[in-house]
Design a protein around this ligand. Structure first.
Ligand SMILES: N[C@@H](CCC(=O)N[C@@H](CS)C(=O)NCC(=O)O)C(=O)O
Length: 212
């Protein structure tokens, strides 16, 4: 069985586990507790030299970066999350690339980090300038999603794909991070549609979030 190392409250670990659950792929799971710095342990760094989570291990194959893990999981068997045609795949990778460079990094993570993670870690007061930049980026990016979702139920084609998992992931703590999702009704509705799938509940963290 494949092994996933991760920290359950982290959105990226949650997304990887939710994708596996949706695909019906069982994973062995080992917690790397970010609140205890376990991502820096030599044993873990031997499988992921970046010292981040999650990491997938399948026999002698070690894979880090959530997006690559999602593609590997979805490549195990034919499925509609990762359709076998070149345009759908390019379209999915488009949204995933945009998420990594902009949506997650510039818009969602700064708000989650400043307003949720910092207080949990006792890492000092929120940086108001970082929050202001995050809100500006969020408005820019959420507008793109709102327009895209005005005429379709999912991001790519007419069905759920890996793109929906990647774009929904950074929003999982939107309420606690004061992310103004409700200002974007189509986006809000889509988020509800995607995250009401049983795979998210099945893989939800047991303890309150402690890291991003
Ligand atoms: N681009 C990476 C980011 C991985 C990442 O930053 N993971 C966070 C948790 S969600 C982490 O391990 N942080 C701990 C640290 O940086 O020390 C991915 O998508 O997998």
């Amino acid at each position: 069985m494949m092994m996933l190392y991760g920290f359950p409250p982290s959105p990226r670990t949650w997304v990887a586990r939710a994708v596996a659950a949706q695909l019906g792929i069982p994973l062995e799971f080992e917690i790397i507790d970010l609140s205890k710095g376990q991502q820096q342990a030599p044993d873990y760094r031997a499988i992921n030299p970046t010292g981040r989570t999650p990491t997938l291990v399948d026999g002698d194959f070690k894979l880090w970066e959530t997006t690559a893990i999602m593609h590997y999981l979805a490549g195990q068997r034919p499925n509609t999350l990762w359709p076998d045609d070149v345009r759908s795949r390019a379209d999915i990778v488009r949204w995933q690339s945009w998420t990594l460079a902009h949506w997650e990094k510039e818009s969602c993570v700064p708000l989650v980090f400043e307003r949720l993670v910092k207080p949990i870690l006792g890492a000092g007061p929120p940086d108001e300038a970082a929050i202001a930049r995050g809100l500006t980026s969020f408005a820019r990016d959420a507008k793109v999603l709102e327009a895209h979702l005005a005429s379709r139920p999912y991001l790519v084609g007419n069905a759920l794909t890996l793109a929906d998992f990647s774009v929904a992931g950074p929003l999982v703590y939107f309420e606690r991070a004061g992310i103004p999702l409700a200002d974007y009704p189509k986006l809000h509705e889509w988020f509800g549609r995607v995250t009401s799938l049983p795979c998210w509940k099945e893989t939800a963290p047991q303890a309150p979030a402690a890291a991003a």
